[in-house]
Design a binder for this molecule. Structure first.
Ligand SMILES: [Zn+2]
Length: 131
């Protein structure tokens, strides 16, 4: 299916290929999504590539956050101004776990836990004492 020259993908009612948008015709299974193995491979490769990119961006952001928090702990610090951390590349929207506790936002970055306020990261502590 094309809208303003852009293929909009699968539309079950019209039975068109999810990759190229061509009509699937009346042959084959009724739940067929692709007109050919080539289109199926192309779609799946693109999807896999996209998902790998998403995972890499999240992993990179989490890893950077963890390094920054770890550095603070090594310096004996348990809090920092959020603006300073953001300047260092810290991204508050990437966390490995989150919960509200006592009205505060408690955040985990892997094994490091902290309280996030609008202006500060505080009560930074490593949960495991293995290192
Ligand atoms: Zn196709």
């Amino acid at each position: 299916m094309e809208t303003n020259g852009i293929k909009t993908g699968y539309c079950p009612g019209e039975h068109r290929c999810m990759e190229c948008g061509e009509p699937l015709g009346e042959y084959g299974r009724s739940d067929r999504k692709f007109c050919s193995p080539h289109c199926k491979d192309g779609y799946n490769n693109r999807k896999r590539h996209y998902l790998r990119g998403v995972r890499m961006r999240v992993e990179t952001a989490l890893s950077r956050n963890h390094s920054i928090l770890e550095r603070l702990l090594e310096e004996g610090r348990t809090s920092a101004q959020l603006a300073d951390l953001v300047q260092m590349g810290f991204k508050t929207d990437y966390v490995s776990s989150f919960r509200k506790a006592g009205g505060r936002d408690v955040v985990w970055c892997y094994d490091i836990k902290y309280v996030l306020t609008p202006t500060k990261v505080m009560r930074i502590e490593r949960l495991s004492s293995v290192l």
